[in-house]
Design a protein around this ligand. Structure first.
Ligand code: F6R
Length: 362
């Protein structure tokens, strides 16, 4: 049931604010706003977090690495499951393995979990399907509570994964004494703001459609971002490839001059994720390098950023978001640009060619 939407993907994107709201309510005590995570989620005896996943779920891990490091000051290693399982990773007893999977059936992720079991203190599965193989085999399960995801391109599971991982990072911060009650209150109030900001980000329908008309004419698109916006750029490129079949690449903005700048000419759209944060000026200087070579810039930023960025061909003004939750907000344009571009190209959004919802073979 698409609830009046044209595609499951559209429905699932629209559901995101309410899913985040509900998951947040499920994982906090209403009375005191204190975290209420599944039994067994604790970081007191953990010295390192190792996170493993595939595809979009891996990008959620990539964002979470910033959160765990920043909030909990704990070392984090991340890898894609197909690499991790064959590279003989160094594991210690006091590592926590976190596997992230919407379906809970992804063959490489399941194999990575099995590979590690018995070598580390605990395994934790962040999954959408609580009855899945990965959920059954992990020591501890944190359901992301996104509800069934039908569209092949993952959307609501991604933002729900992000929320669960952010709450885990907060728990790690508390358990390790890196955050006090006041810090937690501040963080939780920033997280509480996310659903409303996500709704505002979804409201930019006309802007997404207008930019998508341009992207639909292109053979290649480049996405750039720094910090947690780098995985947003990766996610945006993956979504665009999957459902519009347009070739797309994403780079950390600082890598531009180490190679990809050679691609830039007047035919190349370059989508830049740049909320007004501590990295903003660095990213904007990369944007200027693109403009100097006549690339077609599409800047995603907030009102402050738009004012500071100067004259830019295309700007989509996003709501101003606290830096810590910005990935939840900027996931929306990553998805919406891909969706609208696929509409403009007339491709099959919910059933893209060659892709399966659940990858149970390696
Ligand atoms: C992208 C997408 C895939 C999955 C990946 C992992 O839109 O859906 O990249 O994220 O196949 O799947 P799960 O999360 O089920 O392990």
């Amino acid at each position: 049931d698409k609830s009046g939407h044209r595609h499951f993907m559209a429905k699932e994107m629209a559901e995101q604010p309410s899913i985040i709201q509900k998951a947040l309510a499920a994982y906090t005590n209403e009375a005191d706003g204190i975290l209420n995570l599944p039994e067994g989620v604790q970081f007191n005896d953990i010295r390192r977090v190792v996170m493993v996943a595939c595809g979009t779920a891996f990008y959620a891990c990539q964002v979470a690495k910033y959160w765990f490091e920043q909030i909990a000051r704990i070392p984090v290693e991340i890898d894609i499951a197909s690499e991790f399982r064959y590279r003989d990773p160094v594991l210690e007893r006091d590592d926590l393995l976190i596997v992230v999977s919407q379906s809970g059936e992804t063959a490489d992720t399941l194999a990575a979990l099995r590979h590690v079991a018995g070598h580390v203190r605990r395994t934790l599965a962040v999954v959408n399907v609580p009855t899945s193989s990965i959920a059954r085999e992990a020591d501890v399960v944190m359901p992301i509570l996104a509800g069934p995801e039908i569209g092949v391109a993952s959307t609501k599971a991604f933002t729900a994964q992000l929320l669960s991982l952010l709450l885990l990072a907060a728990k790690a911060g508390l358990d390790r004494g890196k955050m006090n009650a006041d810090d937690l209150t501040t963080l939780m109030s920033e997280i509480q703001a996310a659903p409303g900001l996500m709704s505002q980000a979804l409201d930019r329908a006309q802007e997404y459609a207008r930019i998508a008309e341009e992207l639909a004419e292109s053979d290649d698109v480049l996405f750039l971002g720094r910090g947690a916006m780098f995985p947003m750029a990766l996610e945006a490129a993956l979504k665009l490839k999957e459902i519009s079949y347009i070739h797309a690449e994403a780079y950390a903005a600082g890598e531009l001059k180490h190679g990809p700048i050679a691609l830039i000419d007047k035919t190349l759209p370059v989508v830049i994720f740049a909320p007004r944060d501590v990295l903003f000026e660095k990213t904007i200087s990369n944007m200027q390098e693109v403009m100097a070579r006549h690339g077609q810039v599409i800047l995603l930023t907030d009102a402050d950023g738009a004012k500071l960025a100067g004259e830019v061909q295309n700007v989509i003004v996003m709501p101003k978001a606290p830096t810590i939750v910005a990935p939840l907000i900027y996931a929306i344009p990553a998805q919406m640009l891909a969706y609208n571009t696929a509409l403009a190209r007339g491709t099959d959004v919910d059933q893209p060619r060659n892709l399966a919802k659940s990858v149970t073979v390696e």
